[in-house]
Design a protein around this ligand. Sequence first.
Ligand code: ZN
Length: 426
Amino acid sequence: MDEVERASAIMAAVDEGFDMQLALTQALVRFPSIRGAEQTAQDFMAGLMRERGWAVDRWRIDLDALRHLPGFSPVLSGYEDAINVVGSLRAERPRGRSLILNGHIDVVPVGPLDMWTRPPFEPEIREKWLYGRGSGDMKSGLVACVAALDALKRLGYRPAADVHVQSVIEEECTGNGALACLARGYRADAALIPEPLGEQLVRAQVGVLWFQVHVRGMPVHVMDAGSGSNAIEAAYELIHALHRLEARWNAPERRHPHYAHHPHPINLNIGKIAGGDWASSVPAWCVFDVRAALYPDQDIAEARREIETAIRDAARANRFLANAPPEIVYDGFAAEGYVLSRDEDASAVLRRAHQRSFGAPLSEIAATGTTDARFFGLYADIPALVYGPRAEAIHGFDERVELGSLRRVTQAIALFIADWCGLEPL
Ligand code: ZN
């Protein structure tokens, strides 16, 4: 078979398996694998890998083994149930380049159920889309990795280099799942992460910082509200100060070159808020959770200092907070930004694969979110390509992935594996 014939055969094999791929994706979406509840979904992934005869490594993440590593994000929650799964297919006679296929099993909370057309964990195919929480972000991508390898197997091949399929936890809050794979020793010549970023290659991604702001107040009866201090209303002032900092970071002169033409690269989100105990009492406490983005060249410690200064200055302007300064607690993402580099060979192979399956050139984006790619690129010198299907409403209601896009991306992944790793007969 010449190269063109082989590519056509691989694409046809993906098509042939596509119904089965969708069935597996739906089965995976049925597991409500939000943070702390990923185990059954991980069991399912380990089962898929075992059925295929891959070597399965399933372990509980030990935080103490990660704490000292670059890229670690602090966590306040327990890790008793934090399970990673990696399936490895090792080549008989390795001669190609090895590969890590990485996806995250965790999904974000669903929000109010009455905002969903269908229950979020009851996946449904409707008009060329698969719906469900995690359908886009990123269970379809994770299953696509398995399906791409299945397609090669259907043709009587396996990769001619080691391939590790990683199903990791906590991409959505720390990245410590991917970090744990590095700490366990997994390495390869390239990594591919099929996050649902619209069939484009991610050239740059922002960093992400999570923090909580704890605000105190002075409780009095509302009759004497003037003599108290309202922690919830004081929190508004701090939130405004944070948004002013966000505006300064978005100023054109402050932008990183990869984001020079992006209208608003840095997004600061107040994601959670709680406070007060009683409608007729001036609230004595308020806690809000923030997600802030950083540029790839922005130092985390320096960004934290700017955030702390913004909060401190706003607190100084408040009569009560001046003497009871808010406390900032770092819990979750301490993620540096990342620019894909030293990737010429891997990107060239992906460009060819994409061109074959889509019949159009691969475009690149600078993403305004983070992915686990940073671990491979920044801390292990492994070029990490983020490339996955088109999805809509990820983190929103009626999350969905487009089936045609998923099929073509799976073809591109299979072609990438064949070209990057080479193939050997089964
Ligand atoms: Zn994701």
